[in-house]
Design a protein around this ligand. Structure first.
Ligand code: GLA
Length: 403
């Protein structure tokens, strides 16, 4: 866990004065609605307790100077230089294409994107640290982006408007970092709320909170596997979905539903048919999951998670052996209501919905069984839905952590 007192101390050591604000932006798990956001469909993620924190203070010049405690090293960039950079060409803090993005790319990319959205930018210096595992499918990149946006908001004294800030962060990732993600991760990192999931309509960008049942916990199950830097499979799925929509003369696969699907299905060749079937069925499941949560029908919610996993594995083909093994082991345990892979897929994390009374037995049993079957070291975290991004003064941040 990030120790805020240590983060503040580190800031004082590095910059010789106290920070003025501490900002926090959480990672997320997606409860259901996977690979639907870029098809303008429905998603229902929740923010988690793991987060990225930045302690910061204003600078009088127009530079941003940041030290990362997780990755080591400092970045130092001039705001006007980043603002005028062309996203497609060389700024030192742009990924080069051959290597993955460095952590500094997210800082410069968010500054660039906020500037082009019309927010005034001012210089600041900070120290960043987080405990969202990187590359595990828990949206550590979105958490960094949102934390950086919050740092600029604190410094510029402008209010955080959730949808425009999420969109600016997504644009930073799409156009500066070069990853074609949807809006889900950034939006939930901002809009998340303790004890709630967030239903997002990724076409209208309307969102609302859905109470998470108090009787159950989410267990995040990190398989210990990581997908490569390339993200090429993700981009390929996205392109296949867009192609399927084009073949049906639709704006997006969102325009399909269970009623009109039978008449469209036969028009699509493989693999477009299975890709589209996943999106149509997943949108349907997501709306059913909202109902199940509102009616506290936990068994139904659990079954929907399992169906989602099967659809991601068979129709969308984004699961992987480690994720499938983890889900299978989880589902065999007492008190496990449902389980599925979460995030982009291939590797990283799965989630399980587990009855509160069983959750403490669940964790050691799944850990031992997964270890013995795969030889891999899993990490399991019991989690409850957490609040979205926050800007604190230093005292409140310290109190927040101790409380
Ligand atoms: C990644 C992307 C999200 C979403 C998921 C799949 O996490 O960042 O926008 O597309 O994959 O649901």
């Amino acid at each position: 866990m990030t120790d805020i007192a240590k983060l503040v101390e580190r800031f004082e050591l590095r910059f010789g004065r106290a920070p003025q604000w501490v900002v926090r932006a959480p990672g997320r798990v997606n409860l259901i609605g996977e690979h639907t956001d870029y098809n303008e469909g429905f998603v229902m993620p929740l923010a988690i307790e793991r987060a990225v924190w930045i302690a910061l203070a204003p600078r009088e010049d127009r530079r941003v100077v940041v030290e990362s405690l997780d990755f080591g090293g400092m970045i130092d960039f001039e705001l006007d230089e980043v603002a005028s950079a062309q996203p497609a060409s060389g700024h030192p803090l742009r990924p080069s294409g051959r290597t993955g993005p460095t952590w500094g790319a997210y800082f410069a990319g968010v500054a660039w994107s906020l500037h082009h959205t019309g927010w005034p930018l001012h210089g600041w210096e900070g120290v960043v640290q987080g405990d969202v595992p990187v590359g595990a499918g828990l949206s550590s990149s979105a958490a960094v982006e949102v934390a950086v946006a919050c740092a600029f908001a604190a410094r510029g004294n402008w209010p955080i408007k959730i949808v425009p800030v999420a969109t600016a962060c997504q644009r930073a990732e799409n156009q500066w970092v070069g990853v074609g993600c949807g809006i889900m991760d950034q939006l939930v990192s901002l809009a998340g709320k303790k004890n709630h999931a967030v239903l997002i309509d990724c076409r209208s960008l309307e969102w609302r909170l859905v109470p998470f049942p108090a009787e159950a916990a989410i267990v995040i199950m990190d398989t210990g596997t990581r997908r490569g830097l390339a993200d090429s499979e993700y981009n390929m799925r996205r392109a296949q979905c867009e192609q399927a929509a084009r073949l049906l003369s639709l704006r997006a696969l969102r325009d399909l539903n269970w009623e009109n699907w039978p008449s469209c299905e036969s028009v699509l060749p493989e693999p477009f048919r299975r890709r589209a079937r996943h999106v149509v069925s997943e949108n349907h499941r997501t709306l059913q999951a909202v109902e199940a949560m509102e009616q506290r029908a936990l068994d139904r919610l659990g079954r929907l998670l399992v169906e989602s996993h099967h659809s991601l594995r068979n129709d969308f083909e984004v699961s992987g052996p480690a994720l499938d093994t983890m889900v299978e082991i989880a589902l065999a345990q007492a008190g496990c209501l449902g389980a599925r892979m979460t995030g982009a897929g291939f590797a990283g994390c799965a989630i399980a919905l587990v009855d509160n009374n069983s959750v403490h037995d669940f964790v050691p049993k799944v850990t031992a069984e997964y270890q013995s079957r795969t030889g891999l070291e899993p990490k399991l975290y019991i989690s409850q839905p957490a609040d979205g991004a926050q800007i604190f003064d230093v005292e409140t941040a310290l109190r927040h952590q101790s409380g």
